[in-house]
Write a new protein. Structure first.
Length: 81
């Protein structure tokens, strides 16, 4: 299983304790995805960021739901290769 997270560099200049808002997922559990495919968009400090699949595979689980907030390093979903 491969964890899907928001890239560390996106958080570089963000104050500790700030959370991002996860917008609507573009995939569902069980969907096949390609490496680099956009899975979801998140908003962090008024800027949107696409979160892409780090590997090709199948969405095994979604851990953060649409419209929920999450902290730096949070696992958003898992992909089964």
């Amino acid at each position: 299983m491969t964890d899907v997270t928001m890239a560390d560099d996106v958080w570089a200049d963000v104050e500790e304790g700030t959370e991002a808002l996860l917008q609507d997922w573009q995939v569902n559990v069980g969907d096949s995805v390609a490496e680099g495919q956009t899975l979801v968009v998140a908003e962090l400090v008024k800027t949107t960021h696409e979160i892409v699949a780090p590997v090709a595979g199948r969405i095994a689980e979604i851990l953060v739901q649409s419209q929920d907030t999450f902290a730096r390093g949070a696992v958003l979903a898992r992909i089964e290769e």
